[in-house]
Design a protein. Structure first.
Ligand code: NAD
Length: 505
């Protein structure tokens, strides 16, 4: 059924999963199957990379740095512009492949590719704006300045739920900053990665730049090898907090740099004054969209007690109208979870919720149809329930009530994660309190919109167990470069800083 799509994206029934300046003929890490989570069918197979294949890809990425860093940044930007153009041309097909392999509904699959295009556009502009500072020197006839240099090859480890956009957040910036990339995608979404590599190869190979962007589909051992390897001065890792803790240690052991984008457990406060029309729509998208499989998915709703009954009633009604279906079908709002494992995590979580005193208000079960479908679920929760502190990667929304905004903010912040947050209020003071230093402790804080669905223009990332990394817009590019502080003495004396004297006759 999907053969034409696979052909257009140059995917075969069995594919090489390793690109190191060229596709390796038969990587030796074993064969995996890419499954369609909506049907359970095999889409295609992939030969994954072994540690020996990793060595080829790593040395190739490292070698590419020598010449790539010398190309002027605006010329690197031109390459990224061309990549963006190719993505524009193939947006429809690549978006559909995201839908097929990751189970995202059609508009979200397309949205992911649009995010890649947006990142390319952003990076092209940035390629002429990698500014340093000039700083007033305390010494006469001295110039003090900062400049930014390419860092080296970047290891990019990505999660299944944004199978292509997160690569683009990293790769577009890394490229203009002068850094080659070795990408290790999730083993659950290898085909989207191979399709992206095919698309970028059209640009890179025709310009003699093969090897600036490389790919290795592999398991955790490959991820650990990238993390441990000094040829990658920066490791950007997106995934669960457990993965981040393990990668962070490996990178720290060799004093490398890590950029971590890990799990979220995002909250939203709905105040007494909130516009519930806005809130209901935002909550629905944030809690049910992507079947609850976004790092920014809304998981905890903290509602003023005077509005709880009405809000819950409206949400239950809206949840009842969610159209479940095949993700590529028009009108579908809720597609599948990524895998049988994910369904099990959902059903285990529901059992734990009940044990811990939570009340399932709607949903709570697997949907009886082929594929990995579960019901969007609302739970009346209690703050003492241990499970609400954990991220279950599924559409489960915990509801709490509050009386006092200070207490609501405290409850909101009382989880190990710190990615995204939101408040719905018509009162300026409440909004400002939420955004103040004593307000939300997250990397992202929104007023009158949900916690999910960020634009690329801002720096994206979160605090605490979310890992502290920032990617995409604003000045996130600085993570991909090394800062050099330079002082030039254009005088004829040698004054020392801090007035130190060191005169020797
Ligand atoms: P995961 O942690 O299972 O896997 C992510 C990636 O890490 C995969 O490529 C995997 O092969 C690799 N990996 C796993 N363990 C590893 C290890 N010990 N060493 C090296 N590599 C390892 O995550 P997932 O299930 O693919 O994705 C869902 C998770 O990702 C959720 O927790 C979600 O919140 C998080 N996420 C965070 C962001 C963000 O920006 N903060 C974005 C997307 C997803």
């Amino acid at each position: 059924m999907w053969q034409d799509l696979l052909n257009r994206l140059r995917l075969r029934s069995t594919n090489s999963g390793v690109y190191a300046g060229r596709w390796l003929d038969r990587p030796s890490g074993g064969e995996i199957e890419s499954l369609n989570p909506a049907t359970g069918e095999i889409i295609a197979k992939v030969h994954t990379g072994s540690l020996a294949d990793f060595e080829v890809a790593a040395s190739n990425s490292h070698a590419a740095f020598a010449s790539w860093r010398k190309l002027p940044a605006p010329q690197r930007g031109e390459i990224v512009r061309l990549i963006g153009e190719q993505l524009r041309k193939q947006k429809d097909d690549l978006g559909l492949l995201v839908t097929l392999e990751a189970g995202k509904i059609r508009s979200e699959g397309l949205g992911e590719v649009q995010e890649m295009i947006d990142m390319c556009d952003f990076a092209v502009g940035l390629s002429r704006q990698l500014y340093g500072l000039t700083i007033a020197s305390e010494r006469p006839d001295h110039r003090l300045m900062e400049q930014w240099h390419p860092l080296g090859a970047v290891g990019v480890i990505t999660a299944f739920n944004f199978p292509v956009a997160v690569w683009a957040w990293n790769a577009a910036l890394a490229l203009v900053c002068g850094d080659p990339v070795l990408w290790k995608p999730s083993h659950l979404t290898p085909l989207t990665a191979i399709a992206v590599q095919n698309i970028v190869n059209d640009v890179l190979e025709s310009r003699g730049l093969a090897g600036v962007l490389n790919l290795i589909v592999g398991d955790r051992d490959v991820g650990q090898s990238i993390a441990a390897d000094v040829r990658f001065p920066l490791i950007s890792a997106t995934g669960s907090t457990a993965m981040g803790k393990s990668v962070a240690v490996k990178v720290a052991e060799r004093l490398g740099r890590s950029l971590l984008e890990l799990g979220g457990n995002n909250g939203c406060i709905v105040t007494e004054s909130a516009d519930l029309d806005l809130a209901v729509r935002a909550i629905l998208f944030a809690a049910v969209g992507t079947a609850g499989q976004r790092c920014t998915t809304l998981r905890r709703l903290i509602v003023h007690e005077s509005r709880a009954e009405e809000l819950i009633a409206r949400l239950k009604k809206a949840y009842g109208n969610v159209k479940v279906g095949l993700p590529w079908e028009e009108g579908t709002v809720l597609g599948p979870l990524i895998s049988e494992d994910a369904v099990k995590q959902f059903t285990d979580a529901i059992a734990t919720i009940k044990q811990q005193g939570g009340e399932v208000l709607c949903g709570g079960s697997r949907i009886d149809r082929p594929g990995c479908y579960v019901q969007p679920t609302i739970v009346q929760a209690k703050p003492a329930m241990e499970i609400v502190k954990h991220e279950t990667f599924a559409p489960i929304l915990y509801v709490f009530t509050y009386q006092d905004l200070n207490a609501a903010i405290e409850l909101h912040n009382n989880v190990p994660q710190g990615l995204s947050s939101a408040i719905f209020t018509e009162r300026m003071r409440e909004a400002e309190q939420f955004l103040s230093p004593a307000g939300s402790d997250c990397g992202i804080a929104n007023v009158n919109l949900g916690p999910s669905g960020a634009e690329i223009g801002g720096a994206f990332g979160g605090e605490k167990e979310t890992g502290g990394g920032r990617e995409a817009g604003s000045d996130a590019w600085k993570a991909y470069m090394r800062r050099q502080t330079c002082t030039v003495n254009y005088g004829t004396t040698l004054p020392l800083a801090q007035g130190v004297k060191f005169d020797v006759e």
